[in-house]
Design a protein around this ligand. Structure first.
Ligand SMILES: [Zn+2]
Length: 126
């Protein structure tokens, strides 16, 4: 059976130990095997998304604001969780990758063309 696997680490920052000290990113990689999205909310939210696959390109992408996700963990245990905010957006973004879809594919034709032109320029300059 083919496995579809993705890992998300939001590296959310802990409150600094001392006032004025920089917040430490907390590593918390989460593994999702064969993830599914259930019950995407009708309400959408917009995040300024970026992606390692299209470096230095950022664009606002609209996605369901909340989802219920179902996946298996590394032991094969089926898990389900309601998600919203950055986690919901991130999971949807990463699940797109499993289908070969990049966030720029979700932009309007004009914005996508502009993003691709910028990417082409960056590649030539590199
Ligand atoms: Zn990505």
């Amino acid at each position: 059976m083919p496995l579809r696997v993705l890992v998300i680490d939001l590296q959310e920052r802990d409150a600094p130990a001392e006032e004025g000290a920089p917040a430490e990113p907390v590593r918390n990689p989460r593994v999702f095997v064969n993830p599914q999205i259930l019950e995407p909310s009708e309400e959408h939210s917009i995040y300024n998304e970026g992606c390692l696959s299209v470096p230095e390109i950022y664009a606002e992408v609209e996605r369901p604001a909340a989802i219920r996700a179902r996946w298996q963990d590394l032991d094969g245990t089926v898990r389900e969780e309601a998600m919203d905010g950055l986690m919901a957006t991130c999971l949807q973004h990463e699940m797109d990758h499993l289908e070969g879809v990049l966030f720029i594919d979700r932009l309007s034709r004009l914005k996508r063309t502009m993003a691709l032109k910028k990417l082409e320029k960056l590649r030539k300059a590199a």
